[in-house]
Design a binder for this molecule. Structure first.
Ligand code: NAD
Ligand code: TYD
Length: 354
């Protein structure tokens, strides 16, 4: 048996694929379009490993999806593929609607067509796990309780609206057609292979390059942060034991203001790679114009996942952020390919004629 992962060359997807192969020994077919956010270098340690089959394709490419599901006798599909950056969704929402909404619809429908043909036993065991975000719940006031699975959907950005739409489609494919779905709504992830357009990797790399650390608005926006490997473990657990049709919130119990996150990064860098002039990296913090419609606070109540499936994060923010900063310092080769744009050329060379 095999699982099909979409978006497995992106940040969370590649961490998931690496962990899946290491932890389960089960084969994984990895379908990824390789947008600017997808990077096969994340998976270089799996080169030549028969448990990893990489296919460059769009989740909306119904022919390829249909073929892969049947060829590899897929028992579960985990959908990470998405446009994922809020700022990009503000500048250009069209791709977000195309991939996150239309793409998820096409994937669901191909999964359904495959699922109806399965034997009764395989039908019962099949899972479509949709990876989503806490941003679908909107923005919290300072004293509001954390998001529960029962919170109403109130998305505010084109990104979160497109993810909310995809969550609704997943729900409908279960209720209308019986497709055995699971949905996870997770808070902000951080860790290895995080594309440096997002706050944490951007600040680590800008800091050591002597560049400004851009803080939107007053930097008091609050996010819950979860180390990516903990998210991967949560998804594995939900896939294994989650109740069909249910949604599970995933979070780190780590609410932090953006400015505090950036100061924490600066303090670790001061220790691990002090500035040549002996001054603290926090001097590079620069306040810039806020993001339009910027959500003020997200917080996740992940107690359902702990109570029902026994999952808890292994990392605290302090241990996870230290691991992350160290990873970026130790992986300057990966950083160079991502930031120079060279990796795109390599992709064209390697995949362009296939
Ligand atoms: P990412 O942007 O790093 O990676 C997305 C991957 O999807 C890339 O490899 C990209 O090439 C691929 N992709 C994009 N469009 C595609 C398409 N049409 N067909 C096939 N592949 C396509 O994103 P990420 O941070 O790894 O997030 C993965 C998933 O987790 C997303 O669904 C996101 O909404 C969700 N999520 C992310 C976070 C977070 O903090 N990053 C938190 C909660 C949920
Ligand atoms: P980001 O990493 O883009 O994730 P999301 O918008 O999905 O939460 O941003 C995390 C927080 O950091 C968010 O409140 C926006 C803020 N931010 C900055 O202050 N400066 C930056 O340069 C970036 C990219 C984000």
């Amino acid at each position: 048996m095999t699982i099909l992962v979409t978006g497995g060359a992106g940040f969370i997807g590649s961490n998931f694929v690496l962990d899946w192969v290491a932890e389960t020994g089960e084969a994984v077919v990895n379908l990824d379009k390789l947008t600017y956010a997808g990077n096969v270098a994340n998976l270089s340690s799996l080169e030549g490993n028969p448990l990893h089959i990489f296919v460059r394709a769009d989740i909306g490419d119904t022919e390829t999806v249909a073929k892969l599901l049947r060829k590899y006798n897929v028992r579960a599909l985990v959908n990470f593929a998405a446009e994922s950056h809020v700022d990009r969704s503000i500048h250009g929402p069209a791709e977000f609607i195309q991939t996150n909404v239309v793409g998820t619809f096409r994937l669901l429908d191909e999964a359904r067509a495959y699922w109806v043909e399965l034997s009764e036993e395989k039908k019962r065991d099949f899972r479509f796990l949709h990876v989503s975000t806490d941003e679908v719940y909107g923005s919290l006031k300072p004293l509001d309780p954390a998001f529960k699975e029962s919170n109403p959907y109130e998305p505010n950005s084109p990104y979160s609206a497109s993810k909310a739409a995809s969550d609704h489609l997943v729900r409908a494919w279960h209720h209308t057609y019986g497709l055995p779905v699971l949905t996870t709504n997770c808070s902000n992830n951080y860790g290895p292979y995080h594309f440096p357009e997002k706050l944490i990797p951007l600040c680590i790399l800008n800091a050591i390059a002597g560049k400004p650390l851009p803080i939107y608005g007053d930097g008091q926006q609050v996010r819950d942060w979860l180390y990516v490997k903990d998210h991967c473990a949560a998804i594995r657990r939900v896939l294994e034991a989650g109740e069909v049709g249910q949604t599970y919130n995933v979070g780190g119990w780590n609410e932090k203001a953006n400015l505090d996150v950036v100061h924490a990064i600066c303090a670790i860098l001061d220790e691990l790679r002090p500035r040549g002039d002996g001054k603290p990296y926090s001097e590079q913090v620069t306040f810039v114009t806020d993001r339009p419609g910027h959500d003020r606070r997200y917080a996740i109540d992940a107690s359902k996942l702990e109570r029902e499936l026994g999952w808890k994060p292994a990392e605290t923010f302090e241990t996870g952020i230290r691991r992350t900063v160290s990873w970026y310092l130790e992986n300057s080769g990966w950083v160079a390919t991502v930031t120079s744009g060279e990796y795109r050329k390599w992709l064209d060379t390697n995949y362009g004629s296939r």
